[in-house]
Design a protein around this ligand. Sequence first.
Ligand code: ADP
Length: 259
Amino acid sequence: KPKRAAEPKGPEKIPGVARIIAVASGKGGVGKSTLSANLACALAQQGRKVGLLDADVYGPSQPRMMGVTGRPASPDGKTILPMRNHGVTMMSIGLMVNEDQAVIWRGPMLMGALQQMMMQVQWRALDVLIVDLPPGTGDVQMTLSQKAQVDGAIVVSTPQDVALLDARKGIDMFDKLNVPLLGLVENMSTHVCSNCGHEEHIFGHGGVAAEAEKLGVPLLAEVPLDLKIRLASDGGVPVVVSAPDSRQAKAYQDIAAAL
Ligand code: ADP
C-alpha cells in the first residue's frame, strides 16, 4: 500500500503550558527583551507559574537579563531541563552557545532549535509561557505560531515614527497568523532626569497610544526611559525584582496584572 504523505501538523499545545504569550517588536533595541524579563518576573511575583522562552535566536539576551549562566542539562539525552531564576523557569539558545559566539546557523537549523526549545524542554506545569521573539516578521514568528498555539501577542515600540512603522508590520503579521493582539506597550516613553526630575520625551510621546486607539486594542503601559531599568537588566536582576516598590517597576507590574 503506498504511503500517504504525513498530514502537516497544525499548532499544538506545549505539554503542561496553559497559555503562550509572545512579546514582539518591529525593530531591535526598543526594549522587547527588557519587557519580557520584567513581565515574567512580575507574573512570578504575583504567584503565577511562569516560563520565559528566549526565541531571539540571533541575539539572545535573556541569560544576561535574568542572571542565568551554565548549560542546561539533559539527563535522558532527549529532553532538556530548563534553568530557573527569580521564580521564572527559562530557556535560551544563548545557554547553548558561548556569549560572544555568533549564531550563524541556516534557517532550518534555527527552526529545529526553536522547536526543541518549545517541545523538548521540560517546562512542566506553567500558567503562562512568555516568548521573547526576535525583532521583525521572520521565520521564528512563523514557526512559533505554526507549531505552537500562541494565545496572544504584545507588541512593544518606542514612540518614534520609524519604530512605530515597523511595529505596524508586526501587528499585521499577527493578524495574518491569527494570533490575537493583547495590546501595545510604549517603551522609552518619558525620560525623568535622575538628578533634577525634569521630564523629557526623547523619542516623542503618545504615538503608541494613538496607534492602540486606532487598532482598538489596549495600551498596556508606557514604560519610562530610565537608567535604573537599564542597570537592573545589565546586572541580571530585572527592576521588578531589584526594586519591586519603585515607580520603574510599576509599569511592568500593571501589565502582568492585566494578563
Ligand atoms: P530589544 O529586545 O528590543 O532588542 P532590549 O530589551 O535588549 O531591546 O533593550 C535594548 C537596550 O535598552 C538594553 O540595554 C536595555 O537595558 C535598554 N532599555 C530597554 N528598555 C529601557 C527603558 N525603559 N529604560 C532604560 N533602558 C532601557
